[in-house]
Design a protein around this ligand. Structure first.
Ligand code: GLP
Length: 271
């Protein structure tokens, strides 16, 4: 897994990376759609603002994008302002020109969540799989809503959220953690790992302990994001605050690169 501390902000870097990857894809696959996996959360808000700006300034056309979101709270209607449907409409879908039928989100109100999740997996397969999955990471290492203990082979399913995740997400629910739904529908770690490429963003000091854990531990199911150490094309994009607890030898290497080339991204392979 490659770690990059970009010279610009992770959100800007990620938006430009999506742009670059999609444009290269359209050039080499003139008849195909670019399939992108998408996250929610505070970390990726800047990325969405930059993607909207790229669209509004004519630098990126979304007409040939197909998107699959990672997750949705169970029992929240799509028009509930705290739902991930509402988050995505406000930050991306109401602004850019992805055709409505090419936007996919799990339905938290599905009467049969098992069938909903199986249909989602099948829609991803029918779209030819995900070219690039972008994600965030929870303070406890979760990716999408795969909490610690989730199998690396897990697929899209209904899960129970841990109290720590409900507390971390309480800021979107008037700081009342008990208002955060107890369950969610989420793609699995296996679903994310099947993507050709995965890009994870981590910013702020609250993510520093999990980045430390990721750097020092071998892949293990108590740290869901560590599954991506087994992926051939996974990148972790972090800011300095999130990287501050990395082992000293890695920090030294990153500092040396930043000192030698301050305008360039610092990067290394995580052990
Ligand atoms: C939620 C989402 C995750 C996201 C995480 C991090 O739990 N389901 O996909 O990675 O939040 O969120 P934030 O970026 O707000 O820290």
């Amino acid at each position: 897994m490659r770690l990059i501390i970009p010279a610009c902000s992770p959100g800007q870097w990620a938006a430009r990376y999506i742009q670059k990857t999609a444009l290269a894809f359209f050039k080499s696959h003139p008849a195909q759609r670019f399939t992108l996996g998408l996250p929610t959360g505070g970390t990726v808000e800047e990325m969405y603002a930059c993607l909207c700006q790229l669209y509004q300034t004519g630098q990126l056309d979304f007409a040939r994008f197909t998107t699959f979101n990672m997750d949705e709270y169970a029992q929240l209607p799509p028009d509930n302002p705290q739902s991930y449907h509402a988050y995505m409409r406000a930050r991306l879908f109401d602004t850019v020109n992805i055709p409505a039928q090419e936007v996919h989100l799990l339905n938290g109100l599905a009467p049969d969540p098992h069938a909903e999740c199986a249909a989602y997996e099948s829609a991803i397969r029918q779209a030819g799989g995900i070219r690039l999955f972008v994600g965030g990471v929870g303070r406890n290492g979760h990716i999408a809503f795969n909490e610690p203990g989730s199998a690396f082979s897990s697929r899209t399913r209904l899960v129970e959220l841990t109290p720590s995740t409900r507390q971390a997400n309480a800021r979107f629910f008037n700081h009342n953690w008990q208002a955060v739904p107890t369950h969610a529908l989420t793609v699995g770690i296996g679903t994310v790992s099947d993507a050709q490429e995965v890009l994870i963003l981590a910013t702020g000091e609250s993510k520093a302990p999990v980045l430390h854990q990721l750097a020092v531990q071998a892949p293990n199911e108590s740290c869901p994001i560590s599954a991506l150490k087994l992926h051939p094309r996974a990148t972790l994009l972090a800011d300095r605050a999130a990287a501050q607890l990395l082992p000293e030898n890695l920090q030294r290497e990153l500092r040396a690169q930043a000192a030698a080339h301050p305008a360039q991204d610092a990067q290394l392979e995580l052990p």
